[in-house]
Design a protein around this ligand. Sequence first.
Ligand code: UD1
Ligand code: CA
Length: 431
Amino acid sequence: MGLSIAILAAGKGTRMRSTRPKVLHTISGKPMIWHILKAATALSDDVTLVVGHGAPLVQEAVGEFQVHILHQDLQRYPGTGGALRGIEPRYDRLLILNGDMPLVEAEDIAPFAQVEGDIVLGVIELEDPRGYGRVVIADGQVERIVEERDASPKERSIKLVNAGVYCIRRELLREFLPRLSNDNAQGEYYLTDIIQLARAAGYSITPLFLPADHFYGVNSKADLARAEEIMQDRIKRRWMEAGVILRLPKTIYIEVEVTFEGECEVESGCVLKGKSHIVSSQIKANSIIEDATLIHSSVGPLARIRPGSRIEKSQIGNFVEVKKSRLDGVKAGHLSYLGDATIASGTNIGAGTITCNYDGKKKYPTTIGKNVFVGSGTKFIAPVTVADDVIIAAGTTLTRDLPRGVLAIARPPLKLVEGFYYKFFGKRDDA
Ligand code: UD1
Ligand code: CA
């Protein structure tokens, strides 16, 4: 039996103190809404996303997922209780998720499809329940949810809180949504009031207890940082379980779409971003890899590999920056910039080599063949192509293509001016 899902993402997120819609703040490289949509679309083929504040930006960010978009009328019906007006779920039961829970995974919400009940309410127990709606339970039955601002001191001491996940039968939603009122501290329609309306009408409300760190709600920048820590621990634990060596994992940042294969090692202080794919490689301390592929290579310490790079069977050393380049069997040990370059096997890039790939208007390619010895401090003025088996002398500025087998040397003539030092600085006392 199918389950429809609705994700509430129309709120302003005032407590974030940001012009960006709350659900677009990122966790491990992806907007919060991306994480929850990933979980929801894995579970259901009928997912509705409710948008309002910053709707065009939110819609743009969900491009890769198949969802229905519902626009909330925030003027007439503000609040979580106004969000679902006009929803048409395909299935008999609708699972409603707050959009600001980026740590939820498909396995966390799957149990809602199994539990019987007119309404199944996700409940978590918190030592510090501040900020959440409290769940009032009497005689084993959920009575109602009271928001913090509307709660009495006694109700505030309740540690069972509303996770922000509900599974509701479609007819109940139709019956009770129009009956919500906005008579509360915020003057908003609260979805949570459905509980007491349904209870009064004799329907069953079943609590489903959930793990707190998977249903963490992000309302502020401090919450965002906390959610990031939990997500990072999760991502790194999974890769270690899969066989990746992480040295001092607390110091390493790995985004959610990074993948590893074979036996890999990542040393302390590294940042791995985007869709980087690492195969049987070692990334030494304090290196940054973004949207790049490393295969049987070693990179760093202190290297920066930028988007569109593919580095295979190569060794990249410290202070080397590689951008949108293909390196296959290459050594670049020290202090270089290799941008828009294609470099073939057996080639050695000397310290201080720069591809001058940009003329202020356009970017140009540099192509270097096999077994080329590039002397230190070489400048490739792109576009330029070097054939196999070439030696380029240190300090050369290369302004033309090179044929196979040559030595290329371009150095301005050296001029000596006798005694200039003393004329300029005067005689030294100790001289
Ligand atoms: C809500 C619950 C609270 C629960 C907590 C769990 C209500 C009234 N309260 O409080 O009981 O403990 O979540 O995290 O529901 N949204 C809309 N349209 C709106 C307002 C909000 O779509 O008009 C969306 C937001 O974008 C957000 C979600 O609903 O993703 C929750 O809204 P938020 O304001 O964060 O609710 P809380 O105060 O956290
Ligand atoms: Ca919230």
